[in-house]
Design a protein around this ligand. Structure first.
Ligand SMILES: Nc1nc2c(ncn2[C@@H]2O[C@H](COP(=O)(O)OP(=O)(O)O)[C@@H](O)[C@H]2O)c(=O)[nH]1
Ligand SMILES: [Mg+2]
Length: 278
């Protein structure tokens, strides 16, 4: 990505012109950093002394990242519960499959709740992943009550002494309040049996500024603890991770880099920021 490398070489070799700064501004906006954030960063970058400008910019950008915990919650003494939320098509179910595969391969007992009950196909999709990976999926009937599925899943996870319970949810944004009420209800029924440790919001990185709007919308209504940024293997411009963290304060915990179960990576802020700069 190396968005800033050109401006730094200009600065080192005598100075950057107004056109150079304009070019940087366009590059940052194209990389999905957003107009407001871009303007603020350019202003700060312009005021940096030439000596050590790169190190200082790295420091400034790192300060814009979220300071909330980035590692996935993991309670040693009880079931760790994760609810996965987000709008339709962002990659929720695929991300649940990736997480179950990862946690299962790390020798955890995992139970998954198929609380997207809108379509039979959605239930089958997660059941197929479950049987492929070897993880128990608790499902109800199509068009049934998602909260009831969440409740049954929590009961089963506790009965088995599972290390992780992961709940897949529906994302049809028919009305904002409808979906948010449903997510609130899912959370409350689980909390009748066990605490909810993570609410992970799945955002499709290829949707750019729209993804940032979704993150704001969800985080206003549900206590989102982390993000999964999917489709980072596609045409995503990469700047979105920084923009979304700067604007919402929510940490990116994982990135999705493909459609198979192994295509998930922990987000590494250090190498990410270095990648933006040099
Ligand atoms: N290239 C790519 N495709 C993905 C990724 N995550 C999900 N998808 C695809 O996005 C589509 C929607 O995914 P799905 O998990 O059903 O979305 P949901 O509606 O949010 O549950 C599917 O075709 C997935 O294979 C990713 O990280 N990279
Ligand atoms: Mg789904």
């Amino acid at each position: 990505m190396a968005l800033f490398s050109k401006i730094f070489s200009k600065l080192r070799s005598g100075g950057a012109s107004a056109a150079d700064w304009d070019e940087l501004e366009r590059a940052l906006i194209e990389a999905d950093l957003g107009a407001t954030f871009t303007a603020a960063i350019i202003k700060e970058a312009k005021s940096l002394p030439r000596e050590g400008a790169e190190e200082q910019l790295i420091h400034i950008l790192k300060n814009r990242l979220s300071s909330a915990p980035r590692l996935l919650a993991h309670e040693e003494s009880r079931t760790t519960t994760i609810i996965v939320v987000g709008v339709n098509g962002t990659g929720k179910t695929t991300s649940v499959a990736k997480l179950m595969a990862k946690l299962h391969s790390e020798k955890n007992l995992v139970v998954v709740g198929a609380a997207d009950t809108f379509r039979a196909a959605a239930i089958e999709q997660i059941q197929t992943w479950g049987s492929r990976i070897g993880v128990e999926v608790i499902a109800g009937r199509a068009e049934g009550d998602p909260a009831a599925v969440a409740f049954d899943s929590a009961k089963q996870a506790l009965a088995l002494g599972a290390n992780f319970l992961i709940i897949d949810t529906a994302g049809r944004l028919h009305t904002k309040s409808g979906l948010m009420d449903e997510l609130g209800k899912i959370r409350r029924v689980i909390e009748k049996s066990t605490p909810v440790d993570e609410v992970l919001l799945v955002v499709d990185a290829t949707t750019g500024q729209n993804g940032i709007a979704q993150a704001k919308l969800f985080s206003e209504s549900v206590a989102v603890t982390g993000l999964i940024l999917t489709k980072m293997d596609g045409s995503a411009k990469g700047g979105i991770a920084l923009a979304i963290e700067a604007e919402t304060g929510i940490p990116v915990k994982f990135i999705g880099v493909g459609e198979s179960a192994a295509d998930i990576k922990e987000f590494e802020p250090e190498s990410y920021i270095h990648g933006l700069i040099s």
